[in-house]
Design a protein. Structure first.
Lengths: 275, 275
């Protein structure tokens, strides 16, 4: 197993920052253009772990990423939460009045639409926040700003001309740490688990499942119905469970077994910190 | 109340097609650049109704659209499901070998990534599938193809060079019909309702709510936990309920009232057809 961590985006992206919080500041991250590539690199062993955004406090779940994770047979080995702060970055010394264009990922531009809309700037969508910052430095681009995080400013020696230009201050992204099952030893004291399951068509079947979970004193921190591929508008579910005693989880899994189909435990891990 | 229907996108877009299925082929649609604009035009009365995508069978819910709908105080007056079929459109007579660039909305390009990836084409992201088709006609662009639906081909007189280039055949989008409360008479025989609610922090509170719903013989066709603005990682819920007798819905709403906070019925309407 190599020790590098596959991330979506480039050095200085939010995935890169989250990976360093989880694995430590000296972590070697392997940039990937897509979430699919992150998963492939973990599955084929060219990266030891992967880091993949799974939900955001404003936009909600990134459902296709659950499908990627399941189809590749990977496990959730941990999680990390990151407070997303977007800044306006320029070459040092560039004044606001010089800016004609702002480059960033479409999601970052959207998060800053209120601020950006107050200026007559041309907005240019790019693949990655950090890549936009890097291009300004490499091309010595005057008149161009990037929307990206503080780590990108530091890495590419850009100036934060206007900090915190995102509209919603409570913008948090949750990232999952992915690994191959063979590389995922059971966490010493897991206190969280991610599962997916289908319920029968019968009315009330989901209610019965949730009652079993509640009876074990387990907290349901997330419940998400998902369109089920090949069965349009027949939903399956993703659930995150928080517990103090892993034996409670085992008891709940036994209790819901006759009420569900295809229960998959995607991972048992430690609750993540927020940075 | 004007009779026009605000839609996201341009004439020939999937919103336009869905609006014509719901309101009839002679409907006057008012193109809007964003979902926010659709909601504003309905709220300020410059459009009689709005049509807004709310979920897709592959990508899941468009959560920010629930927020737009709630914040504007609009009602759900109906729904319509559309089978999304993406085609490769060109000026009549253009061969596949002449194509150098393919233009479309990023989501459409993504849905066709398998097909597009087999060709050495430059992919250009645009605001709208139908707009990409229109630009090919207006500019008489040779060497350029658009990814869009059959209605765009018809409207802008383009040839469907390769039909059905989307990877996942079961690709359905659900659209909500929006109206101001004053313009939304109670449906004659509603058999579906959309609601949102918060549950208390107590373990098992969601389970108790779902038991009340099941006890009325109501089918839960969708359940979605949502990040709650201003309360990071404390989820609220969106639920769609299907019932035969509206009195059952009223009974369920009375039963869940002491178990929930801020129950909002976003609309009572007739189940939508799939086109």
């Amino acid at each position: 197993m190599t020790s590098s961590v596959a991330i979506q985006g480039f050095a200085g992206s939010f995935h890169d920052v989250a990976a360093r919080h989880y694995f430590g500041p000296a972590t070697a991250t392997a940039p990937c253009a897509t979430f699919g590539e992150v998963v492939r690199r973990v599955a084929d062993g060219t990266a030891g772990h992967g880091l993949m955004a799974i939900e955001n406090s404003i936009a909600g779940s990134i459902l296709p990423n659950y499908t990627l994770l399941r189809n590749a047979g990977l496990r959730v080995a941990g999680e990390v939460y990151l407070h997303i702060r977007q800044h306006l970055l320029v070459l040092p010394g560039q004044p606001l009045a010089a800016i004609r264009e702002v480059h960033s990922h479409p999601m970052a531009l959207l998060q800053c639409a209120d601020f950006l809309g107050q200026h007559p700037w041309r907005l240019v969508e790019t693949e990655d926040t950090a890549l936009s910052a890097r291009r300004i430095r490499e091309g010595q681009l005057t008149g161009v700003a990037a929307v990206a995080g503080a780590r990108a400013a530091e890495l590419y020696d850009l100036e934060i001309l206007t900090p915190d230009i995102h509209a919603e201050p409570k913008n948090y992204t949750r990232f999952l740490v992915l690994a191959r099952p063979a590389d995922t030893p059971e966490a010493a004291r897991p206190d969280k688990a991610s599962l997916c399951f289908h319920t029968a068509h019968a009315q009330g079947s989901l209610a019965r499942v949730l009652v079993c979970i509640a009876e074990q004193g387990i907290n349901l921190s997330k419940l998400q119905s998902c369109p089920q591929p090949g069965s349009t508008w027949h939903y399956s579910f993703h659930a995150d469970l928080e517990f103090d005693d892993p034996a409670r989880l085992d008891a709940a899994l036994r209790a819901i077994e006759p009420l569900t189909e295809n229960v998959q435990v995607l991972g048992r891990y430690r609750r993540g910190a927020t940075h």
